[in-house]
Design a protein around this ligand. Structure first.
Ligand code: SF4
Ligand code: SF4
Length: 330
C-alpha cells in the first residue's frame, strides 16, 4: 500500500487550467471531443475577470483543456492580463491557425510559452493521429512564430508529442525535426485512453514498452539533448521511464496532488479537479461546482472537492482516478 502523506490543501489553487473554448479545428483520434463533439461554448471574459480577481496569488495558467484556444478571439487580451499579473502562461495549441494577427499579438503580449501538439514526424502519421491534413501548415506556423520571436526569450516553443504505438517509430525523426525547426524543447505526453480511435489500450505503451524500445527512447533522448533540446516527459519521469506501469494495488493515485494545488475551469464555468478526469469520467461525476453560480473559494472548499481529495488520501479513489499511474503515468 502506498502511504501518501496528507499534505495540506492550499487555501486557493495556485495553478489554473482554463478551457477558453471547447471548439476545435482538428479531429484527433485520441480526443474526447472528437468522440463526442458538443456545441461550442466559450469562457466569458467577465467570468475570467471575476475569477482572476479572486486569485491574487495565482502562479501559473495553462490555456487549454479540450478545445483549440487560438479560436478564442479574446486570447491576446487574456494573455496580456495574466502576464500583467506576473502569472506564468502556457498556451497549448495545435498551431493550425498560429498565424497572422493572432500570432503577432501573442508574441507582442510576451506570452511565456507555447506548447504545440505534433504527434508525427511525417504528414501521413500526423494526419492519421490528428485527423486533419495540416502537418505542413503547422511546421510553417512554428517557423513563423520563431521568426517573430527573433532573439527575444519569449515565447519558449515546445513540441508536445503524445507517444503511442502509432508514432514511437518516429521519435528519433521527431527530435531531428524539432532541432531543424529550432524549437526549445520536446515534451512527451501520456496517452490517456478510453476505447476510441487511437485512444485504446492497444495503442498505449504504458507497461508494454519492450526493453529494446526503452533503450531506443533513452538513446534518442541523449542524442536530442546533446543537440540542445530540452526533453521532458509527463509525470516528471525520464522519457524512457514514463511508461513503467504499476499494479493497481500500488494505488499510485494516492500521490496525486492536482486536486489540492490546481483547478480546471471548463468553457461553461464548470470546475473539475484535473484534465485527465475529463477524458475518463462523465462530466456530472467530476464537476465540483460552477463559477456562474459560486465563487472559486466556495467550490474549492466545498464538500465535493473535499470528498475527492479525501478519497485519494484514504485509498478510496473516485472512479476517474483508479487508472492513473496504472494505465498511464500519474
Ligand atoms: S486533442 Fe486538442 S487539437 Fe486535437 S481534437 Fe482534441 S482539442 Fe482539438
Ligand atoms: S484522475 Fe488522476 S490526475 Fe486526476 S485527480 Fe484523479 S488521480 Fe489525480
Amino acid at each position: 500500500m502506498n502511504s501518501a502523506r496528507a499534505l495540506p490543501t492550499r487555501a486557493l489553487p495556485r495553478r489554473l487550467h482554463l478551457e477558453v473554448t471547447n471548439g476545435c479545428n482538428s479531429l484527433c483520434t485520441t480526443c474526447v471531443r472528437t468522440r463526442a463533439p458538443e456545441p461550442t461554448v466559450e469562457l466569458a471574459p467577465e467570468l475570467v475577470e471575476r475569477l482572476l480577481a479572486q486569485l491574487p496569488e495565482l502562479e501559473s495558467a495553462a490555456l487549454q483543456v479540450n478545445g483549440e484556444p487560438l479560436l478564442y478571439r479574446p486570447l491576446p487580451w487574456l494573455v496580456r492580463e495574466l502576464v500583467r499579473r506576473h502569472v506564468h502562461v502556457e498556451l497549448n495549441t495545435n498551431a493550425i491557425t498560429l498565424e497572422g494577427e493572432m500570432a503577432r499579438s501573442l508574441v507582442d503580449a510576451q506570452l511565456p510559452q507555447i506548447n504545440i501538439s505534433l504527434d508525427g514526424a511525417t504528414a501521413s502519421t500526423y494526419a492519421r493521429i490528428r485527423g486533419v491534413d495540416a502537418f505542413e501548415r503547422v511546421l510553417r506556423n512554428i517557423r513563423h512564430v520563431l521568426r517573430l520571436r527573433g532573439a527575444a526569450p519569449a515565447p519558449r516553443v515546445v513540441l508536445w508529442v503524445t507517444l503511442s504505438r502509432q508514432n514511437i517509430a518516429e521519435l528519433d525523426s521527431l527530435f531531428d525535426l524539432a532541432v531543424q525547426l529550432g524549437v526549445d524543447g520536446v515534451y512527451l505526453q501520456r496517452l490517456v485512453f478510453f476505447g476510441y480511435g487511437h485512444a485504446r489500450a492497444a495503442d498505449s505503451l504504458h507497461g508494454r514498452l519492450t526493453r529494446g524500445q526503452s533503450l531506443s527512447v533513452a538513446r534518442a533522448t541523449v542524442r536530442a539533448r546533446a543537440a540542445g533540446l530540452d526533453v521532458a516527459a509527463s509525470g516528471g519521469h525520464a522519457p524512457d521511464a514514463m511508461h513503467r506501469g504499476l499494479a493497481p494495488d500500488a494505488e499510485p493515485y494516492r500521490a496525486c496532488r492536482r486536486p489540492s494545488e490546481s483547478a480546471v475551469v471548463m468553457a461553461n464555468g464548470d470546475v473539475v479537479p484535473c484534465c485527465i478526469a475529463t477524458f475518463v469520467a462523465p462530466r456530472d461525476a467530476i464537476t465540483m461546482g460552477n463559477l456562474k453560480r459560486q465563487s472559486l473559494a466556495e467550490i474549492w472548499s466545498g464538500e465535493r472537492y473535499r470528498e475527492w481529495r479525501e478519497g485519494l488520501r484514504r485509498g478510496e479513489a473516485p472512479e476517474a482516478c483508479v487508472r492513473c499511474g496504472v494505465s498511464w503515468s500519474l
